[in-house]
Design a protein. Sequence first.
Length: 185
Amino acid sequence: MTQNRRSLIAAGLVLATVTALSAPAAHASAVKLAADGRRALARLTASEPKARLFARNAKAVLVFPTIVKGGFVVGAQTGNGVLLEHGKVAGYYNISAASFGLQAGGQAFSYALFFMSDGALAYIHKSDGWAIGTGPSVVVVDQGESREANTATLSHDVYAFPFAEKGLMAGIDIKGSKITRIHPK
């Protein structure tokens, strides 16, 4: 069997695994998704003081309680989330991405996107979603940058905060991810 064929078979198996793992998330009820999102945001703000700063100053927070990522040369990730405006549900969204390159493993993690400007929030409402990198500016907050943040430095449209990583896979990246409005039951 050629190397290309083995890579394609491995990629197919990875994509099938990610799809199977994410199937329960796709059928999650709106009530469960909202509760899971609120719990995930509460865990993040309880464990990360700077996340509290983002939450206090944000116009809204889009929380993905669980994103599943897997790959072997070809990778994929997906998860569902809830948009909270002042603590109230304002919509439900799916994040999905595919990637190609040096990668192997599987991982589950959570993500919170803090919308800091009215314009960024209006953009997601008008477009029913977006491809990250094409709309509002998104800054991924790592631990070092998070420690230096204060109310004077919160100048970007959206701050993305990864947390609760589980599994083995190098890197968490949302570049190229597509966020789309969904309508769970």
